[in-house]
Design a protein around this ligand. Structure first.
Ligand code: NAI
Length: 699
């Protein structure tokens, strides 16, 4: 049963019941139309209330039906709304907690609406690259006015019901209930009060105009274009709302439908929907069931108050979880705490954080020089120097003092988590928690699963990640885990492109035009070119055969580590972050080509983008095949949330699938023939070849 039907005196109540958010799946939709029919056939019933069980009125479409035939199977949402509108007896929506997307569209089709305070009201379709598809763009402006409605539709963000209720002249809610608890009773009373009202009011009959008309919509279009340059849906929201002001209701509905269907087929919407599902799927680990018991995490210890330790601590303080930071020296502690304070104070100054909240957070922070103070911590995250010897000392100490069952995590970015676990007598409690810098800002958290990591440790870490608002992706143990292992290939290509004839500016410009937040060279300057230098030195020992451009080493030999030294691939004016092309670097690159005996050639932007992106794809395919990542969507989430991959392209694996893996493989074979490139890197991953041959995609 996904919609219950009950009669209370002379009022029929249809209660949507499709947990968790009463999604409007087929059975629920059928439940509504059946209920309306039954109530109209029952002479004892005078009016009908539609409400939702549990924690929602309705969250909209049932995501389980997305992309399946069931989503359109009759009665589809448009038919449900028509049935509601056509009911001879008044239909009252009793709205609470969550009223979004199709849920709001359904409510707008009812004759009356009563809402409890505290309800999140939204039309979030734009976040999936769509416009609302069941009348939202035509009805919402009629009850809220064009500007407020367009704001809700274009932003996709929720607005609280009480705010809407206080909006002058609004017709969305006919009545505000005193509280969520009294809503059911108040809705029955309201339904009785309108039982005999005729004709029944319909939102579709309300007028819809904007006093400035064309000028307003031109203004709105400009605003939206500036905000969403790579996404078509926001501008289409403006078109649809404008149609509500200019066309007859039925024509506006047809226009909304047309836009909705066209957007459904755009690569941008496919990318956003892929991200929506991948994000949800990332938190599910195939062999760790959702009912796996979790360990309580009430207090956290952080070892090391450097760049990462401080940021990691802030995440937990922000979530109201007490943190104790441990260092070897008082000055290091003082420095770390000062940085945390500086970060918070900057937020207070910008008005992003209230002074009392800041004090509250700092009140949760303790510092110590003694391991004994970590004996009660439920989770301890190590962020000390990246050297196995230091990690060994720390984990042996932790093993000695941490309470049984405490989770011992390492933030290592390159070291073997299994080896770290083996320093303890409790490898099952050891896990990698690889944060990205700045750790208090970046959304990505790679959760590194060791050979021995216990399932309840994984389940706990995934859930704590949600609490500190991170997108957690599970990675197996390998050098670089998912993200850094792939970016090594990308950096390798960026270097070859210089050797062959491109400038750093050209490479950055091409990939930024593709949509990356930052090209590889600007990125290197921001992160510090010395980090890659250290990794390459280690690689030279481990894998002396690995081919790469020496330009990056030469840059570092000049002391040009990036923004922090005032110079890197680019020049920087003191105190500024604008990347200024450097004559010295361009000369260095040219000289390097001469040393190699290379005649520079003109490289197209297309080749630059393909080589950079396909290098990620090929390594990603290997990662998938080796089981380091359990799904291609996980790899996409890593790149979208940690490496600035353009959202509208859906991540490297999704993007490759959209292009067709056959085409991607062909390009790789072409690149492998370039004598200045690394043919072994372009050897297509067997998984990629197999899928390409079968005409399949990664997902
Ligand atoms: P950092 O050098 O800024 O900080 C390390 C801190 O650890 C220093 O404050 C040092 O005093 C302290 N420390 C060293 N030995 C210690 C010990 N035995 N006990 C207690 N404290 C000790 O280094 P950073 O950048 O914060 O890196 C820390 C870890 O995080 C490394 O494993 C690194 O690979 C990893 N990581 C770094 C990222 C970055 O972008 N910086 C990104 C992701 C991970």
């Amino acid at each position: 049963m996904t919609a219950a039907y009950e009669v209370h005196g002379d009022i029929a109540v249809i209660t949507l019941n499709n947990p968790p958010v009463n999604g409007l799946g087929h059975a629920t939709r059928k439940g509504i139309t059946d209920g309306i029919e039954r109530a109209n056939a029952d002479a004892a019933v005078k009016a009908i209330v539609i409400t939702g069980a549990g924690g929602a009125f309705s969250g909209g479409a049932d995501i389980k039906e997305f992309g399946t035939d069931k989503a359109l199977q009759e009665p589809n949402l448009l038919s449900v709304i028509s049935t509601v509108e056509a009911s001879d007896k008044p239909v009252v929506a009793a709205i609470h907690t969550v009223c979004m997307g199709g849920g709001l569209e359904l409510a707008l089709g009812c004759h009356y609406r009563i809402a409890a305070p505290g309800c999140n009201v939204a039309l979030p379709e734009v976040k999936l690259g769509l416009v609302p598809g069941a009348g939202g763009t035509q009805r919402l402006p009629r009850v809220l006015g064009v500007e407020a409605a367009l704001n809700i539709i274009v932003s996709g963000e929720p607005v609280k019901s009480e705010l809407i209720g206080s909006f002058p002249g609004q017709k969305l809610f006919d009545k505000m209930a005193a509280s969520a608890e009294s809503l059911a009773e108040e809705a029955l009373a309201f339904a009785r009060s309108v039982a005999d009202a005729r004709p029944l009011p319909l939102v579709r009959n309300l007028p819809c105009k904007h006093p400035q008309g064309d000028a307003y919509f031109q203004f709105a279009r400009n605003m939206v274009k500036g905000m969403a340059k790579n996404l078509p849906a926001p501008a289409k929201c403006v078109d649809a709302v404008e149609a509500a002001t200019k066309r007859k209701f039925a024509d506006g509905m047809a226009y909304e439908r047309e836009i909705f269907i066209n957007l459904m087929w755009t690569p941008e919407s496919r990318a956003l929907r892929h991200i929506f599902f991948s994000e949800r799927a990332a938190s599910k680990i195939p062999d760790v069931p959702s009912d796996t018991p979790q360990r309580a995490v009430k207090t956290v210890g952080v070892i090391g108050a450097g760049t990462m330790g401080g940021g990691i601590a802030m995440n937990f303080l922000n979530a109201g979880i007490p943190v104790t930071i441990l260092e070897t020296k008082q000055e290091a502690l003082d420095r770390g705490v000062a940085t945390i304070k500086k970060n918070y104070e900057a937020q207070v100054k910008k008005g992003k954080l209230k002074e009392d909240k800041y004090q509250q957070r700092m009140g949760l922070l303790k510092t110590t020089l003694s391991y004994g103070d970590l004996k009660d911590a439920d989770l301890i995250i190590e962020a000390v120097f990246e050297e196995m010897g230091v990690k060994e000392a720390v984990f042996k100490q932790l093993d000695a003092v941490a309470k049984p069952g405490a989770i011992l995590a390492s933030n290592t970015s390159t070291l073997d988590v299994d080896q770290i676990a083996a320093f303890t007598q409790r490898p099952q409690d050891v896990v990698g928690m690889h944060f990205f810098s700045p750790a208090n800002v970046m959304r990505l958290l790679e959760v590194v699963r060791g050979k021995a990591t216990a399932k309840d440790v994984l389940a706990t870490v995934m859930s704590i990640a949600k609490k500190i608002r991170k997108t957690a992706v599970v990675s197996g143990v390998c050098d670089g885990f998912i993200g850094n292992r792939m970016i090594e290939r990308y950096s390798q290509q960026a270097g070859f492109l210089l050797d062959e004839g491109a400038t750093p500016q050209q490479v950055d410009r091409a990939i930024e035009k593709f949509g990356f937040a930052m090209g590889p060279f600007r990125m290197g300057d921001l992160a510090g070119n010395d980090i890659g230098w250290a990794i390459r030195k280690r690689r030279a020992v481990e894998r002396p055969d690995m081919k790469y451009s020496r330009t990056a080493d030469k840059l570092c030999e000049l002391g040009r580590f990036g923004q922090k030294t005032g110079a890197g691939w680019y020049d920087y004016a003191p105190g500024k972050r604008d990347a200024i092309p450097s004559e010295l670097v361009n000369k260095m690159v040219e000289d390097h080509r001469k040393e190699l005996g290379v005649t520079p050639r003109k490289i197209s932007d297309e080749e630059i983008v393909q080589r950079l992106v396909f290098s990620l794809v090929n390594e990603g395919a290997k990662i998938l095949e080796e089981g380091i990542a359990s799904k291609s969507g996980d790899i996409d989430m890593v790149y979208l949330t940690g490496y600035g991959f353009p959202i509208h392209r859906g991540g490297p694996m999704h993007y490759a699938s959209e292009l067709g893996l056959f085409n991607v493989e062909q390009a790789m074979k072409r690149f492998a023939k370039n004598p200045l490139d690394d043919a072994s890197a372009w050897e297509p991953a067997p998984l990629l070849s197999r899928l390409a041959a079968e005409g399949k995609a990664f997902a």
